[in-house]
Design a protein around this ligand. Structure first.
Ligand SMILES: [Zn+2]
Length: 291
């Protein structure tokens, strides 16, 4: 389950809705049926079409995004690399497995998802926002490519150094290990994580669902990329992306890629701490009342 992909799809839908002179609701899916993943994110998002509205014949525009079919992946280039002439649309996952890596569409740009928080989530967020703090996630999600994991002990050192000036909380799933005695935020759901991220002055962590979540909440972030994904396709301009000098994003799904390991290794603790301090000195971003 990928909250990052879902947030990007909702962001794409929002951008498309705003650009549509007919203001049609936007359906996210395969052009025929609506993708029902992560329905918890959709609360209050009236610009998105529901399956019922689609079935009732309401005119919609489509964002084509569903598992193994994402707008930032260049499936045509991957088919060419495998020597396939025909699309074989249903083999989206097989394509990645056979080739062993993604090819990216480097002309894709993400839009922050306009996620709306519920009143109790906003109250939680407002309560935590009374004191400045940094939210730090050291771990990639279960099942993510290992080529996205910056060394956990470096995250711990970043937290140690920043903690002299501002509290740093580890924000992780309930089953993740505790990092080096840091105070903990253990959200019970992704939505609750969004409420904490909205309250945080800054998020620090790997490229993934929480950095998209921070973007959705209008929160600045230092995002550790390395060489797996390009900041061009999943980076937001009010956040900082650190690649360790990677000149291309390899998208290697299998094992730990030496290229990714090298570029992750080149990202120093000092670089992350400096980026964090620079962003903490900037004024908070303007955000809407609901998000
Ligand atoms: Zn690599």
């Amino acid at each position: 389950m990928s909250y990052g992909d879902r947030l990007m799809a909702i962001g794409d839908a929002w951008k498309q809705y705003q650009a549509d002179p007919l203001r049609r609701r936007v359906a996210i899916g395969d052009g025929r049926s609506i993708d029902g993943a992560q329905p918890d994110l959709l609360w209050g998002l009236d610009f998105l079409a529901s399956p019922e509205q689609l079935a009732a014949g309401e005119p919609v525009s489509w964002v084509h995004s569903y598992p193994h079919h994402r707008p930032y992946i260049d499936y045509a280039a991957m088919r060419r690399a495998l020597g396939w002439r025909r699309p074989l649309e249903h083999l989206g996952f097989g394509l990645t497995r056979l080739l062993g890596h993604y090819r990216y569409r480097l002309d894709y740009r993400p839009t922050p998802a306009p996620i709306r928080l519920k009143p109790d989530e906003l109250a939680l967020s407002e309560h935590w926002a009374q004191q400045p703090f940094v939210a730090l996630e050291p771990y990639i999600k279960t099942g993510a490519p290992p080529s996205k994991q910056w060394p956990v002990e470096r995250f711990a050192e970043v937290a140690r150094q920043l903690s002299r000036a501002i509290p740093v909380y580890q924000i992780s799933a309930p089953d993740s290990p505790v990092l080096d005695g840091l105070p903990q935020i253990r959200p019970r759901s992704f939505r609750e994580a969004l409420a904490y991220l909205r309250a945080a002055r800054l998020y620090i962590g790997p490229e993934g669902g929480l950095h998209h979540g921070a973007a959705a909440m209008g929160t600045r972030a230092v995002v550790i990329y390395g060489g797996f994904t390009s900041p061009l396709i999943t980076g937001y301009d009010f956040q900082r992306q650190l690649t360790g000098g990677a000149e291309y994003a390899c998208g290697t799904r299998r094992g730990l890629c030496p290229h990714c390991a090298e570029h992750l290794n080149r990202i120093s603790v000092a670089e992350v701490v400096d980026a964090a301090r620079q962003l903490l000195e900037q004024p908070a971003l303007q955000r809407s009342a609901s998000a």
